[in-house]
Each structure stands twice: as structure tokens, then as C-alpha cells.
Design a protein around this ligand. Structure first.
Ligand code: ADP
Length: 264
């Protein structure tokens, strides 16, 4: 099942922030949203999750118009990892991740054995079983980010939205989180949508990329199609050199401050 965003427009106090955004994010793939600061990436993610009510257009998942659903209904199939973690101190990591099961519980229904098993397997999947009994308030920034992702995964979403999940994290942690996104999209065949600033990381991990500029879709395509010097100049106003490592095939992006001919 794919997510379809059709002609979505949104304004803050009459200032248009998203202007007729249309794209599809497919299951089993990672769709990256890139673009300059202020181009509307976070707003788009928040509209998709129905945290913000868009003015025009629609967001469909499995032919359901998300805006017409109640938040608890949406939380059964869509989870969001926000830019800033807002975990409540005083709860252990286990208890926090268990909260991810709440959308699936009925009124006054207690968590079942299956919910506990899902939390344990999520802790293992994210590699944080050793933190289970720690208070979330005591954790490092990177550990908190992993708990936030585990909380989102414990919801067992069919759409996982992440807003700059690698922000402020070291390179090891960045790869770990992006690997987790990739594995999850493939293994669970879910839609993963991720806002990223790091273009090399976006090129390496995303299957499809949406470039936003001034609230409009500037381009949509594979990393090979959109992570190119011309698009980066048009979008960010900066000259770069996009190269490819011969062995791994991975892209790198360098500022074009020297002679272009020295790098092949
Ligand atoms: P990005 O994620 O690409 O950096 P945002 O979606 O955060 O962009 O912001 C898009 C535009 O909306 C910016 O011009 C920003 O200043 C504006 N904006 C964001 N949040 C609000 C808000 N709560 N009220 C008014 N304007 C906002």
C-alpha cells in the first residue's frame, strides 16, 4: 500500500508554506524529502500525519483520506519520529516503548503478552535491550533518539515518518539509524518517509527523493536523477561537485571551491 499526496497546500496565517505538493511514497522503499531550510519539509510531514490540517488537497493511504480519520485510527498505521525527542522523564525505556502499543488497545484494555513481546523484539531490533530499565531522562541524545525510533516502531506502523532523525548524531549513529530505516522498510514492506539535510546520506539510503523549494515540488526522482550538480545549484544556490566512489558506487558531495577538473 502506498501513500499518495495530492495537490496539498498549507498556509500559516495566510502565508503559503506548501503549494500544491503532489507525490507518492511507496511501500518497501525509503522516500527522502530534501530541500533548503524553510522550504516546508517539516510542515509537509506534519500535514501527512494530520498534526496540521492542510487547506487544500488530500493525503491518501490505502484509498483512505487521512484527514477524515480520528487521530487514534491514524496512529494504528502511521507513526512519527519528530525532530526533537519529547520523551517523558520518570518512565523507563521499556515503559516508554510500551506506550507505542496504546493506539492498538481498546478502551480500558491492558497490554497483553503480545504487546510485551513486541516491545522486547523492538528493543532487540533497535539494539537497546540493555537500556530497558533505565529512566529515559538519564539517556544521551543518541540513546534518546533510538528510544524515540523504537517507540515509533512498536506502533507497528505501515507508514513511518522521520524528521531529520540523524540530526546532532555522530556518523556511526547516523548510519545505524539509516540502516534501521532501510531494514524496516524492506522487512516489513512499509512506507518510510524521512526528512534529511545530509545529501550524501539521502543519496546513499533513499530509493526516491522529493526536492522541496519554497513549498513547491522542485523535482522527484531517484538519487541518481536528483543528486546532481545542476539541481543542487538551482535548489540551494551553491556550486558543488558530485562524485561517485569507484568501488562502492556511493556518492559524495564536495563544495566546488577548487578546480573541478582535479576531481573525477
Ligand atoms: P523546513 O522543515 O523545510 O525547514 P518548515 O516546514 O519548518 O521548513 O517551515 C516552512 C515555513 O513555515 C518557514 O518559513 C517557517 O518559518 C514557517 N513556519 C514553520 N512553523 C511555523 C509556525 N508555527 N507558524 C508560522 N510559520 C511557521
Amino acid at each position: 500500500m502506498d501513500l499518495k499526496v495530492e495537490n496539498l497546500s498549507f498556509s500559516y496565517d495566510n502565508v503559503v508554506v506548501l503549494n500544491k505538493v503532489t507525490f507518492e511514497a511507496k511501500q518497501g522503499r525509503i522516500t527522502g524529502i530534501i530541500g533548503p531550510n524553510g522550504s516546508g519539509k517539516t510542515t509537509l510531514l506534519r500535514c501527512i500525519a494530520n498534526f496540521l490540517k492542510h487547506d487544500q488537497g488530500a493525503v491518501f493511504f490505502d484509498d483512505k483520506d487521512i484527514r477524515l480519520l480520528k487521530n487514534k485510527e491514524i496512529a494504528k498505521f502511521l507513526s512519527v519520529v519528530p525532530q526533537l525527542t519529547n520523551l517523558t522523564t520518570g518512565f523507563t525505556v521499556f515503559e516508554t516503548i510500551l506506550m507505542g502499543r496504546y493506539p492498538h488497545l481498546g478502551l480500558l484494555q491492558r497490554e497483553s503478552k503480545e504487546d510485551y513481546e513486541i516491545v522486547n523484539s523492538t528493543l532487540e531490533r533497535v539494539g537497546i535491550s540493555h537500556l530497558a530499565k533505565r529512566d529515559v531522562g538519564e539517556l544521551s541524545g543518541g540513546e534518546k533518539q533510538l528510544v524515540t525510533i523504537a517507540l515509533a516502531l512498536a506502533q507497528e506502523p505501515q507508514i513511518l515518518c522521520l524528521d531529520e532523525p540523524t540530526l546532532h548524531l555522530d556518523i556511526n549513529m547516523q548510519y545505524m539509524i539509516m540502516d534501521l530505516c532501510k531494514e524496516t522498510s524492506r522487512d516489513k514492506q512499509i512506507v518510510v518517509i524521512v526528512v534529511l539535510h545530509d545529501l550524501a546520506l539521502a543519496a546513499q539510503y533513499c530509493d526516491d527523493l522529493l526536492i522541496l523549494k519554497n513549498g513547491k515540488v522542485k523535482a522527484m526522482g531517484s538519487p541518481d536523477e536528483v543528486i546532481v550538480e545542476k539541481f543542487i545549484l538551482d535548489t540551494y544556490g551553491v556550486e558543488v561537485i558530485v562524485g561517485q566512489d569507484e568501488i562502492s558506487g556511493m556518492k559524495y558531495i564536495l563544495p566546488n571551491i577548487g578546480s573541478k577538473t582535479t576531481i573525477t
